[in-house]
Structure formats: C-alpha cells, structure tokens
Design a protein around this ligand. Structure first.
Ligand code: SAH
Ligand code: SF4
Length: 407
C-alpha cells in the first residue's frame, strides 16, 4: 500500500520460524512447506500445536504429548517457540507492571499491564519500535530508531505478560488480563498487516481468547487505513484527536497536515461496525493553556455530533525535555463537566504506573544512542521531581487506559 511505510524486517536472530506469529492458515502452510507434516495431516497437527502454544502457553515441543517423539524432533529443527527476553520488569506501587522486552539485539519495546482496567486488567502493547509521527507532546515520537514489530513480536508481548501473571492455560473466567490496547509505542495503522494478524491470533477462541471487542486500536488518524482496520480486525477504535481545529492539530499531531480534521471525522463516521454498543473513543490530552479551554470543549462537542463516541481526557504525562505542562485539575474538571452535560461519558484517566514511567507518551525504549541505564536513571529522577511538585492527592495520569473507556 502506497501510504504505508514499509519498515518490515525479517527476524535476523534465528533461522527457525517462530510459531507465535503464524495465524492458523499460516501455521498449516508452514508445517507443510517445512516438509515436517504431510498436507493431509496439516490441519490436525496445526490444531494440536495451536492449543499447546496459544491455550497452554508452552514453549517446549516436548510437552506436546499428543505428537509423536520423532515428529517433535523434526518440528524443533524447523520451528521455534522461544519468547523474547524480558530485560527489565518494574512493578508500580499501584500494581501496574511495565516490561522492557528485547525482541532482537538493539530492538527493545515496552508493554504495560494495568490491573483493574477494562473487565479485569489491560495490556498496553506496542506496534512499532519508536514512531515516525513526532506528535509534539509524545515521548515515543522522539525516539529515532523505528521499525515495525513483526506479528510474532506483537503476540509475544501478550504471552510474556501472561507468563508473568501466571495465566496459562488461558482461563475462561477470572482473568487478570482481559483487554488489549494498542496504545504503546508506535502507530498501529502503519503496521496494519502485523497488527491485524496479531489480533487474529490473540482473539482466537481456542487460544489466548481475548475477544475483538476487548481489543482497542488507537491511531493518530491514518485516514486511508481506517476502513481496512475495521474490516480486518473488528477491533474497537480509539482516535487521538487532541485538538479541535487544524492549525493546532497540525502542531500537536503533525499527521494532521496530511489528513485534516474534516477528513478524519468523515472516515470515523464510516468506520465499519460503529454503533452505540461499539463507540469510538476520542483521546484528548490535556495541555495547559494549549487545548484546555471551555470553548475547545464546546468545539469538541460540535465535532462529535452524531458519532457514537466516548471521550477520554488524558492529563498530560510529562517527560524529560518537554515544554508542555499538564492542565490544572480545575481546568480538566471544567472541560469534563461541559462534555458530561452534553451526555458524553468523559472519564478522566486515572494515574497509573506513573512512578515507573509506564504512562502513555512516556514509553520510549532504549533502542537508541544513550545507555539504557543512564536514560532510566534520568527518567526516574525527573519523574520523582515532577511527582514532588504535584498538589497533595493529585497525581498525574496513566494515559493509555482508563476506567470507563474500555469495556
Ligand atoms: N500512536 C498511536 C497509539 C499510541 S499513543 C496514537 O497516537 O494514537 C497512545 C495515546 O497516548 C495517544 O492518544 C497519544 O496521543 C497519547 N499520548 C502520547 N503522549 C502522551 C503524553 N505525554 N501524555 C499523555 N498522553 C500521551
Ligand atoms: Fe506516534 Fe502516537 Fe506518539 Fe504520535 S502519539 S508520536 S502517533 S506514538
């Protein structure tokens, strides 16, 4: 597709095909092509392997007891079940868990598990290493190195979180991980093929089984891909709007220069499957003196007219080097009141994981120049100093998720 950047890479670290990233059809095909499984047995073998990998979370072929030993040995020669390495795991005092995951040498991404969000808890996953879009208030946008994550690398973020939560085999009830949001690093619609395949895998009922309505994809507004996103994934849509007029949105979300607000709103209205039961979430980051006036709240209402929508007000999460500040609590509340009075649920995202810089827009892995440890130390110091300056009882938000926003 002409408007999609091709940043794909083949996995360089291993000649083995990682099963994690294969859809059912892909796995069947790969089994036959590898010469390990005869075509007539491919479907059955795929179903067996699928359950072991995606329902039980196994990483060892030898545990697949319904597959003959010699066949397992052959599988091991061609395929891998390896998980990427967790380089660092931090647990916030509110239970938020942030993982720094090394996908390949120099390729590190973050994902964040937030308890008590959505039905039970949500995992915020990354779709790219870094982001090419440079939204001016976003830390991820300052990260230079960018490549698309592979399907396997996206699914692996869910597996790694499940490993850490001890949530295998995939439970039907009483889950800790009930929702997925593509609100980590990167623009998911610039990596739609892998995002869509990952959603096929994650939502499969005989595997990880997180239903498509509990999977939300957030985009800064890649208009030409919206329809395909809906048709291919049936995922819930979240739009990073952040401004109600083009001159301001051009600055905050520079992609707006390519697809302006009018074009974006038209594409949203046409999003497949939109209804009162499947509303679009509009994300709106609250920036002091920039986009937080009552007039802008009213302009927002005007823009959303007729769209089944929820609005998420995200208190800005500061990061080292940014000039923006978070709006005052009273400005946020005044903004929210205008939206509420017009009948919109507009939860203000509660602060999550802020002590470990796990909030959205704070995610930035170290696949860059500076040593990881140096940056993390600096970030911690900065976060600590910001935290100190907050009024008592008010802490800054976790942006990726909000109670109320995710069903
Ligand atoms: N690239 C996609 C998804 C990842 S960003 C997108 O932009 O939608 C997830 C959300 O966090 C977006 O709404 C984004 O605008 C918001 N965000 C980014 N930086 C932030 C910051 N510093 N504080 C609060 N929210 C931020
Ligand atoms: Fe990229 Fe989203 Fe950050 Fe913008 S807000 S730079 S699109 S990750």
């Amino acid at each position: 597709m002409a408007h999609t950047l091709d940043l794909s890479v083949k996995s360089t670290s291993s000649p083995l095909v990682n099963i994690t990233g294969l859809t059912r059809e892909g796995l069947m095909q790969a089994l036959v092509e590898s010469g390990v499984v005869e075509a007539r047995k491919a479907k059955m073998r795929m179903q067996q392997i699928w359950r072991w990998v995606h329902h039980y979370g196994f990483t060892d072929f030898d545990l697949m007891t319904d597959i003959a030993k010699d066949q397992r040995a052959l599988l091991k020669e061609k395929f891998s079940l390896a998980r990427p390495e967790i380089v660092e795991r931090q647990i916030s005092n509110d239970g938020t868990r942030k993982y720094l995951i090394r996908m390949a040498p120099g390729i590190e991404v973050e994902s964040v598990y937030i308890p008590s969000v959505g039905r039970a808890g949500a995992l915020c996953v990354s779709s790219q290493v870094g982001c090419t879009l440079n939204c001016s208030f976003c830390h991820t946008g300052t990260q230079k190195l960018v490549r698309n994550l592979t399907t396997a690398e996206i699914v692996a973020q869910v597996q790694v979180a499940r490993d850490d939560l001890g949530e295998w085999p995939s439970p039907k009830e009483d889950r800790q991980l009930s929702n997925i949001v593509f609100m980590g690093m990167g623009e998911p619609l610039y990596n739609l093929d892998n995002v869509a395949a990952a959603i096929d895998i994650i939502s499969d009922g005989e595997g990880i089984a997180i239903s498509r309505r509990r999977i939300t994809v957030s985009t800064s507004g890649v208009v030409p891909e919206l329809e395909a996103l809906g048709n291919r994934t049936q995922a819930m849509l979240a739009i990073s709007l952040h401004a109600t007029n083009d001159p301001l949105r051009d600055v905050l979300v520079p992609l707006n220069k390519k697809y302006n607000i009018a074009e974006l709103m038209a594409a949203i209205r046409a999003y497949p499957g939109l209804s009162n039961a499947r509303r679009v979430t509009f994300e709106y980051v609250m920036l002091k003196g920039v986009n937080d006036s009552p007039d802008e709240a009213r302009a927002l209402l005007h823009l959303l007219k007729g769209i089944p929508a929820k609005i998420n007000l995200i208190p800005f999460n500061p990061w080292p080097g940014t000039d923006y500040q978070c709006s005052s609590w009273s400005a946020i509340e005044a903004f929210a009141t205008i939206l509420n009075k017009a009948g919109y649920a507009s939860p203000i995202r509660t602060p999550r994981g802020r002590d470990i810089l796990a909030a959205c827009g704070q995610l930035k892995s170290e696949s860059e120049k500076k040593r990881a440890s140096t940056i993390r130390r600096e970030q911690r110091e900065e976060a600590a100093s910001n935290q100190d300056s907050l009024p008592a009882g008010e802490s800054l938000p976790f942006a990726a998720l909000a109670g109320g926003m995710i069903d």
